[in-house]
Design a protein around this ligand. Structure first.
Ligand code: HEM
Length: 504
C-alpha cells in the first residue's frame, strides 16, 4: 500500500474531522494572513462577523460608536469589517470633501445578489449611472425640480393636507401617514402627471410596501445581499423574499398600469411628466433598432422605484423630527410662528420667495437636519476596480467608503456644544440666515442626493406652512415623546401622537 493510498484512506475514514480542520484552517488563514493593503486604523475584526454583533443587528445604527472609535484612534478615516464587507468611514469634513468630490469615488460596490445592484439609479455604477442620472435630473428639472412649477404642486398638496388636519379638530393623532401621503403625491405628480386620493387603495398599498421595504431593508437585507445564497435559504430570514414580493407588486400594480396608460396616449409633441419622456427615449431606441441600451420598461420601473424610495420616507421622516423638535422646544416653536406671522401674516400661503425673510425658520430647519441624521452613512461609495490611496492608506478595489455624518454634524472641534439644539448658530451678526456646509444631510460631490432641491423646497414649505396655521402640541397629560432613534433603512423617530391646533 503506497503512502498516498494511506493518506486517502485516512481522510476517507475521518471526513468530518478533516472538513472541520480545513474550515478552521481557512478561517485562520484569512484572519491572520498579511494584508496586501494598507488599511486605516480600526478595531481588529473577528473571523466571519468582522466588527458586527449579529445579535444586535436589528438595532444597529453604529454611527455614534464609529465616531467614538475614530476619536479613540485619533483618525479621520476608520476601517471596520461588516461581516465580509470592507467598510471605511470618513470622519472629517475636509476629508469628506476631498474624497467625495473625486471622480474615482462615485461607484457603488457590486455585492451579493447582483440583480439588486444593477438597476435603477441608486445602486448602479459606471456609464449606466452617468446616463441615467443625467437623464433623470434633466427631465425632473424640466418638470419643475427646484422651480416655481413644483412649488405650486407642493402648495396644492399642502392645501389638501390642511383640509385633512382641520378635520382632526386639534385631536391627538400619529401624523406619519398623512405626511407621507402628501410628500409622495408630489413625486407622483412629477412622474405620473397626477396625484392620488389619500384613500386610493393602490396608493395606500404602494406606500405601505415602500415603508415596509425601507423598514426591513437594513440590516437583514443588507446581510442577505452580502451573502449571495441568502435568496435560497429556507424561510425568509433575510427578508429578501418579502422585499421582492413588495417590489413585484409595485411593478405589476402601480408602475405597469401607469406605463400602459402613458403608452396608449403617447404624443412626442406633448410630454407631461417623467414617464412620457422616458417612454419617448424607449421609442427612439426601438425606431433606431438599438438593442444595447438601458431605456427599457424594466429600467423605468426601477428608476421610479428609486425616486419613491429615496424621496418619500426621507422628507417625511425629517418632517416628523421637525415636529417632534417643536414639541421639545416650545420656545423655538413660538419664535418660528411669530416670525412667520410677522412676515407673511396668517392668511397668505407660504412661498419660496419668503425664505429670505424667514431667517430663523431656515435656521431651525437646518439645526433639525444637523441633529437628526436620517441616513447615518448616506449611501456608501466605492473606488472602481483599482486600489485607491486616501490619507496614505491603500484601499482595495471595490471598497465601501462612507461619510459618518454624525462625526461631521457633531464634531466638537467645529461646533460649539453640538449636543445642544441651538438654531442661533446659523444666524449671522447681521441677523440673516447663515448656511454652513458642515451640515451635509444630502452628502456632497457628483453622487450627492439627486432630489436635494426638491427636498429643500418640501421641507421649507411644509414646515413653514404648517406652523403658520397650527400650533403643535401634546394632548393634555400626554408625556413628551422621546427623541430615541428607530433603527432601519431611514432613521426616524418612534411613532408619536401630536395635536395640530388651528389658531388662525
Ligand atoms: C430630507 C430629504 C432627503 C435626504 C436627507 C436625502 C439624502 C440623500 C443621501 C445622503 C444620498 C446619498 C448620496 C451619496 O451617495 O453620496 C441620497 C441619494 C439620492 N437621493 Fe436623496 N435625500 C432626500 C430626499 C430626496 C428626494 C426628495 C429625492 C427624489 C425625488 C431623492 C433622490 C435621491 C436619489 C435618486 C439618490 C441617488 C443618487 C445617485 O446615486 O446618484 N432624495 N439622498
Amino acid at each position: 500500500m503506497g503512502i498516498l493510498t494511506l493518506i486517502v484512506d485516512c481522510i476517507h475514514d475521518n471526513m468530518t474531522t478533516c472538513l472541520v480542520f480545513l474550515l478552521v484552517f481557512l478561517v485562520l488563514w484569512k484572519y491572520f494572513r498579511p494584508s496586501p493593503w494598507r488599511l486605516p486604523p480600526g478595531p481588529r475584526p473577528w473571523p466571519i462577523i468582522g466588527n458586527m454583533n449579529p445579535l444586535k443587528l436589528s438595532t444597529f445604527i453604529g454611527d455614534v460608536e464609529a465616531f467614538e472609535l475614530a476619536r479613540k484612534y485619533n483618525t479621520p478615516i476608520l476601517y471596520q469589517r461588516w461581516f465580509g464587507m470592507n467598510m471605511v468611514t470618513l470622519h472629517s469634513y475636509d476629508l469628506v470633501k476631498e474624497v467625495f468630490t473625486s471622480d474615482k469615488m462615485v461607484d457603488r460596490v457590486r455585492q451579493g445578489i447582483d440583480k439588486w445592484f444593477n438597476r435603477g439609479i441608486i445602486q448602479v455604477s459606471g456609464q449606466r449611472w452617468v446616463e441615467q442620472r443625467r437623464f433623470t435630473l434633466s427631465t425632473l428639472r424640466d418638470f419643475g425640480l427646484g422651480k416655481n412649477k413644483i412649488e405650486k404642486t407642493i402648495q396644492e398638496e399642502i392645501t389638501e393636507l390642511f383640509e385633512n388636519l382641520d378635520n382632526k379638530k386639534g385631536e391627538s393623532f400619529e401624523p406619519t401617514s398623512l405626511l407621507t401621503n402628501a410628500i409622495s403625491n408630489i413625486i407622483c405628480s412629477m412622474i405620473f402627471g397626477h396625484r392620488f386620493d389619500y384613500d386610493d387603495t393602490t396608493f395606500k398599498n404602494m406606500l405601505r410596501m415602500m415603508d415596509e421595504n425601507i423598514e426591513i431593508h437594513m440590516p437583514p437585507v443588507f446581510f442577505g445581499t452580502i451573502i449571495p445564497f441568502a435568496n435560497w435559504l429556507p424561510g425568509d430570514v433575510c427578508h429578501v423574499k418579502r422585499l421582492e414580493k413588495n417590489l413585484k407588486y409595485m411593478q405589476d400594480e402601480v408602475f405597469g398600469p401607469e406605463f400602459r396608460k402613458h403608452l396608449e396616449n403617447h404624443d412626442p409633441n406633448n410630454m407631461n411628466d417623467f414617464m412620457d419622456v422616458f417612454i419617448n427615449e424607449i421609442k427612439k431606441r426601438e425606431d433606431d433598432n438599438e438593442t444595447e441600451h438601458w431605456f427599457t420598461e424594466e429600467q423605468l420601473g426601477w428608476v421610479i422605484e428609486d425616486l419613491f424610495l429615496a424621496g418619500t420616507e426621507t422628507s417625511s421622516s425629517t418632517m416628523r423630527w421637525a415636529f417632534l423638535s417643536m414639541l421639545h422646544y416650545p420656545d423655538v416653536q413660538m419664535k418660528v410662528r411669530k416670525e412667520i406671522h410677522d412676515v407673511i401674516g396668517k392668511e397668505r400661503l407660504v412661498s419660496m420667495k419668503d425664505r429670505l425673510n424667514l431667517p430663523y425658520t431656515e435656521a431651525v430647519l437646518l439645526e433639525i437636519q444637523r441633529m437628526h441624521i436620517i441616513t447615518p452613512y448616506g449611501m456608501p461609495h466605492c473606488n472602481r476596480d483599482d486600489p485607491m490611496e486616501i490619507e496614505g492608506y491603500l484601499l482595495p478595489p471595490q471598497c465601501n467608503v462612507a461619510v459618518n455624518f454624525y462625526s461631521i454634524h457633531y464634531d466638537p472641534d467645529y461646533w460649539d456644544q453640538p449636543e445642544i439644539f441651538n438654531p442661533d448658530r446659523f444666524i449671522g451678526e447681521d441677523g440673516k440666515f447663515k448656511r454652513d456646509e458642515h451640515v451635509m444631510p444630502f452628502s456632497i460631490g457628483k453622487r450627492s442626493c439627486l432630489g436635494e432641491p426638491l427636498a429643500r423646497m418640501e421641507l421649507f414649505l411644509f414646515f413653514a406652512s404648517l406652523l403658520q396655521r397650527y400650533r403643535i402640541a401634546l394632548a393634555t397629560g400626554q408625556p413628551l415623546p422621546s427623541m430615541e432613534r428607530n433603527a432601519g433603512g431611514i432613521i426616524k423617530p418612534n411613532p408619536y401622537n401630536v395635536c395640530f391646533i388651528k389658531d388662525c
